[in-house]
Design a protein around this ligand. Structure first.
Ligand SMILES: [Zn+2]
Length: 207
């Protein structure tokens, strides 16, 4: 836990708040729900009792599943050395860096569905070529078991929902082979997003 003085956006009063910079999902699996429902980043003003949200740095570790996610809001970094966590064991984990709450939630959903986020980002790259609007962001929503498709929400640059788009599970299966050529630096939290997928494709084409 971490104490911080924060100003309430409703009444402008400063109040002391308790932030959670670290979650151990192996020990407290229910805390995943706090991320997925946004309650982790929702604070209540001690003065006016209104709620407001504050996105802050967060490290999520799951020792059972061997993954760790690092949230650094709006970071431009592509990687962060796992050593900064002070936890030696993370060197052997799947490590991902995210810059928004939406991508943090997406990573957890992908892990829950046993989907490889690198493959999913490649699928998104293919899908976004078929979307008319420019600068769209795709977020994984669900697996549609009957249709054998992956469903994505399409958002514009301001995070407004434009609609949804589906991708055949077959494309995912095909791309599983492709990502094997894309190495990630061991022991580093890597931001695996559409930009990452684009660069990987470009690099492999240039070889
Ligand atoms: Zn207030």
């Amino acid at each position: 836990m971490q104490q911080a003085m924060l100003t309430c956006p409703h009444c402008n009063t400063q109040g002391e708040q308790t932030l959670t910079p670290f979650l151990d999902l192996g020990k407290h699996p229910k805390q995943k729900l706090a991320i997925l429902t946004d309650s982790l980043f929702t604070l209540t003003c001690p003065s006016c009792k209104e709620q407001f949200s504050v996105l802050h740095e967060l490290l999520v570790v799951d020792e059972q599943e061997h993954f760790a996610l690092m949230l650094i809001p709006d970071t431009e970094l592509g990687e962060v050395d796992g050593k900064v966590t002070g936890k030696e064991e993370v060197g052997e984990y799947t490590l991902r860096l995210v810059s928004s709450n939406a991508s943090l939630k997406e990573k957890l959903l992908l892990l829950d569905n046993n989907l490889d986020d690198r493959v999913v980002e490649l699928c998104k790259l293919y899908l976004s070529m078929n979307v008319k609007e420019k600068d769209v962001q795709l977020l994984f929503t669900d697996i549609q078991k009957e249709e054998q498709t992956l469903l994505f929400t399409v958002l514009d640059a301001d995070s407004h929902v434009l609609g949804s788009i589906a991708c055949e599970m077959e494309l995912y299966t095909q791309l599983v082979e492709t990502v094997k050529a894309f190495a990630l630096r061991k022991g580093y939290f890597t931001k695996v997003d559409q930009m990452w997928a684009y660069q990987m494709i470009r690099n492999s084409a240039g070889r």
